[in-house]
Design a protein around this ligand. Sequence first.
Ligand SMILES: [Zn+2]
Length: 183
Amino acid sequence: MERLPGVGEARPSRCPPCGVPGVGLDGRVNLHGHGLRERTISGPPQLGAAPETVGLILRRYECQRCDAVLVVGPRGIVPGYLYSAMAIGLALLLWGVLRQRDEDVQRAISINRLRGASRPERWQTVRRWAKAASAGEVWSSIQVTLQGTRRELAERVSRILCARAGPAPTDAERIWSASGHAR
Ligand SMILES: [Zn+2]
C-alpha cells in the first residue's frame, strides 16, 4: 500500500481462469499490463488505528490466452464494498462475539463520525455486513446456513474466520489476519 509496484513486480504468476503463467519459461509475457484503476478503501488501516479512507491505485492485466482482465491490489479489497475485508471482519467480531454496542462498533470502524443528538442507536451497516457475509457475498468461501438474528450471523461468521487464522493472542488479531486472507 505504500507505493505502486511496477508492472512486472505485480504481475500475477498465473491467470486464475485459464492457468497460463504470467511469464512463460520462454520469456513470453502472457499477462499484459492493461492500465490502472483507482479506488478508495475505508476502515482502520491497522488494528487499533482510527478509521480512515485511503486512495489506492490497482494494476490491471489482460490475459493473452483467455482475455480475462485481472485486477491486482493489496489484500483486503472486496469488490463492491467501500470498506476493507479486515474492517468488515473486525466489525462482525466486535458486534457479534464481543457484543459491543452499535455506537462503539461504529466508532471503531466507520469513517462517518458520530454526532451528538443525531447519533443513531442502531448502526445499520454492521447488520448489512452480517447478512451479506453469511451469504458468501464478502468471502465467497464462507456460507452460513444458520437461521438467526443478524447478531447471531455475525457471531457465526466471526467464529469461522477466527478458526482459520494462525495462532495469535487475541480474537481481534485472528480475525484481522483471516479476514484479509480469506477468499
Ligand atoms: Zn487466462
